[in-house]
Design a protein. Sequence first.
Length: 376
Amino acid sequence: MTTVAVCGGGIGGLATAIALRKFGLDVTVYEQTRQFARVGADINLTPNAVRALDGLGIGPAIRESAARPQFRISRTWDTGAETSRLPMGDSAEQHYGAPQLTMHRGDLMTALENRLPSGVVEMGRRVSGVADGRIEFTDGSTASADVIVGADGIHSAVRTALLGREQPTFTGVVAFRAVVPTERVGELPNLDCFTKWWGPNPSTQIVTFPLNQGKDIFVFATCSQEEWTEESWTTPGSVTELRELYRDFHPEARALLDACDDVLKSALYVRDPLASWTDGRAVLLGDAAHPMMPFMAQGAGMAIEDAVVLSRCLSLFDDPAVALQTYQETRLQRTSRIQRGSRSNEWLKVAGNGDWVYEYDAWHVPLELAAARTDA
């Protein structure tokens, strides 16, 4: 039986472990933190991601805490005029086979963690290097496996070991994130929707959507900034600065900013798609392979899709090299297209068709290099 070591216990890593176990494969996850914590704020799961999670058996769990936006609305920053209104919620479930769900990232992590038995995830194991099926950890210990999966995020140690150090480019765009109790702004319209306020230039926007079954509203705002020195999602920001930057936006958008008590501020970096994700018996997945700008809301979704397709490939082929190459060829074109598309901030600005993103079914998509070898 093929043994698999997954480096990284985030969304992609845990999804991979669940999928591999579904196919009867032996997997261990190595996570650098000493314990899981409720970090981050939002996650926007579009139908393609929810369908993949349903196949992992956590659909009921994530629906317990998630909100279901009824529409995806685009509005103009100053007049408030709607430029598009895309039905989601029940309409998305009927059309795509799964709804859009918006929820706290910690609730998704809990659902994934609860799907794995004890012993699968080893905590406090920070990777320092990878070579020839062997993982080295910063504490001097080692582990080995037939396949090593780098699911260790944008600062991936596995990617560095395979491809060398990268040099991401600061986009000149920063993002603010905050969570507001709905009761503070309960008189505003469309609080049960995903709403995007398109600003006066491509870098400026405000996005809002419900969390926690509608009890909270998540606020995500971006704008231009000349310099930044740190790539982090947990840097404190200034509520005063946030309100000042968007002072000319429509009153309904500003009302949400006025209700913010605190905010996180982060820089957005861009990376070009990689030509290859695999080297020998190691392979990359999720943000380690294709970190994305947030404008299409597909970062987590692509990691979850990766997890399903990689697990299908490893279950079908005895030769890990063939499995990893099949996984790469099946996923590379789609993720590269979305990675590039996420840069422009034009996704669904006007009424358009998101079917090519949302209809994708990771459990049944044809495997590119497997066609001549199997009926998969």
